[in-house]
Design a protein around this ligand. Structure first.
Ligand SMILES: NC(=O)c1ccc[n+]([C@@H]2O[C@H](COP(=O)([O-])OP(=O)(O)OC[C@H]3O[C@@H](n4cnc5c(N)ncnc54)[C@H](OP(=O)(O)O)[C@@H]3O)[C@@H](O)[C@H]2O)c1
Length: 240
């Protein structure tokens, strides 16, 4: 798992196999104290968010998973759309909480084994109007429901973030999928884009994020790693 830093152009090389260069990665991805909202996703060269199995599991790499772990450890909460949980199963992150954004509470197919876990580590975040409906489903897995006021049946990203912040979760990583992350981008709430590009040419049903001319973020490169398998790991930030 050899990784080279190309931006900034240190050309530092590290082996990030388990038990070795994880501190090096953690330093690169560490954020200063205080709130932030990161996006962390993987895409093919064609912009697909999913591989042949319909999930990102066939796009990711061992280095990508190491970076995911480092990013999650820096965060208070991982935010994900319910369809990603339904498609990918999703397991509870080791340290951060998991907030599943949903208007139905349907997390069929999840692998959120909450037995013996700290209660409330998984939250179903839903419109306040749907709390009762979602609570029934949450109870069956020992998850908590967080109702978001004032957005009707579709929650605004800012309202989701405000509800999480009110619970002390201000260091946020949004892991998609495309529908949720595109809303976060359009709302202008992302302050760092961590994007893994897999060296794959896959049919793309839809881009990993959708932006239009009005919501296109103006970004600059904050960092980039590459690995020996041809994956790149880019960090973009809003242009200063
Ligand atoms: N490449 C990557 O990094 C990556 C990451 C994650 C997922 N994926 C892939 O992406 C696909 C899933 O992505 P997706 O775009 O279809 O779905 P998604 O964004 O994961 O989830 C969409 C669902 O989230 C809920 N939701 C989203 N915005 C909402 C809002 N404003 N208010 C209330 N609920 C809201 C709704 O759930 P309800 O239907 O329950 O209301 C909606 O159906 C899968 O193929 C997955 O494998 C790829």
């Amino acid at each position: 798992m050899i990784v080279t830093e190309v931006v900034p152009h240190s050309l530092a090389v590290a082996d990030v196999s388990p038990g070795t260069g994880r501190d090096w990665l953690a330093e690169i991805y560490a954020r200063a104290p205080g709130p932030y909202v990161r996006l962390n996703m993987v895409t093919t060269l064609t912009g697909s968010a999913a591989g042949p199995d319909g999930t990102s599991e066939t796009l990711t790499s061992r280095v990508d998973r190491a970076i995911l772990g480092v990013i999650r450890r820096d965060a208070d909460v991982v935010v994900v759309g319910a369809q990603s949980v339904r498609a990918e199963g999703y397991v509870v992150p080791r340290a951060a909480r998991l907030a599943v954004v949903t208007s139905t509470g349907d997390i069929t197919g999840h692998r959120l084994d909450l037995e013996g876990d700290e209660p409330g580590r998984v939250l179903l975040v839903c419109p306040a109007t749907k709390v009762d409906e979602v609570a029934e489903r949450a109870a069956s897995i020992g998850a908590r429901v967080l109702g978001v006021q004032g957005s009707g049946d579709r929650m605004e990203p800012a309202a989701i973030l405000a509800a999480l912040a009110a619970e002390g979760m201000t260091r946020v990583v949004c892991e998609g999928g495309p529908s949720l992350s595109s809303q976060f981008i359009a709302a202008g709430v992302i302050d760092e884009y961590c994007v893994t590009t897999a060296p794959l040419i896959e049919p793309a049903q839809a881009p990993f994020v959708t932006v239009d001319a009005a919501s296109r973020p103006d970004t600059e490169v904050a960092g980039m790693l590459v690995d020996e398998a041809g994956f790149s790991y880019l960090r973009l930030r809003p242009r200063a």
